[in-house]
Design a protein around this ligand. Structure first.
Ligand code: VGL
Ligand code: ZN
Length: 202
């Protein structure tokens, strides 16, 4: 077992990010056995779920004339437009059926406000609106987090960078992650995580 001050945070292992899903990450489901095994090593396990209303501003379909993967300017900064994915209550938003969910004490849902996206488990994309996860972890005495899940270069990386900024010791288990790699995002985010002191292992 890892020390009681360590938490595992499993990011967005949902059907829409796995093969056959609306925003499938290549080989996304291949991480599940490793993620399930990791859960056995941590007394504190948190799962996140991308959880958008159908009207969400990150969906290209809600921007006439725009296509998925275009960039747009939002009041909070640049935003990638995505295919419709992880709509609240749909099968695409459900956890992959092979993911163990019983060991988790908390499920954080994010991206539920129509006007703002939330890649990170800690803050929405304005980088200031909290999800509440920091308060949960702090009040439980957690000082180190290990991250796994989808996608390495978006929700996992944004979560890792925020966790480092908040003062947690952060490890990303790369063997338990898969990425989207949009316009060099994988190399850029790996570099940003290293620069922030995030330990990349696996
Ligand atoms: C994600 C794009 C849009 C992710 C979520 O989980 O990495 N990526 N929404
Ligand atoms: Zn999303």
């Amino acid at each position: 077992m890892r020390p009681a001050t360590d938490a595992l945070i499993v990011i967005d292992v949902q059907n829409d990010f796995c093969p056959g899903g609306a925003l499938a990450v290549a080989d996304g489901d291949a991480i599940i056995p490793r993620v399930n095994a990791l859960m056995g090593q941590f007394a504190t396990v948190v799962l996140t779920q991308d959880w958008h209303p159908a009207s969400h501003a990150s969906f290209a379909a809600n921007h006439p004339g725009r296509a998925p993967f275009d960039m747009v300017d939002m009041p909070y900064g640049a935003q990638t437009l995505w295919p419709v994915h992880c709509v609240q209550g749909t099968d695409g938003a459900a956890f992959h059926p092979a993911l163990r969910t019983d060991p988790a004490q908390l499920v954080i849902r994010k991206g539920f406000r129509p006007a703002i996206d939330s890649y990170s488990a800690f803050f929405e994309n304005d980088r200031t609106t909290p999800t509440g996860l920091d308060g949960y972890l702090r009040s439980r005495g957690i000082s180190a987090v290990t991250l796994a899940g989808l996608a390495t270069d978006f929700c996992v990386a944004f979560s890792a960078l925020d966790a480092a900024r908040l003062g947690y010791a952060v490890t990303v288990d790369l063997a338990a992650c898969r990425g989207i790699d949009l316009g060099g995002s994988m190399a850029a985010m790996l570099q940003a995580m290293r620069a922030a002191g995030v330990v990349l292992e696996g």
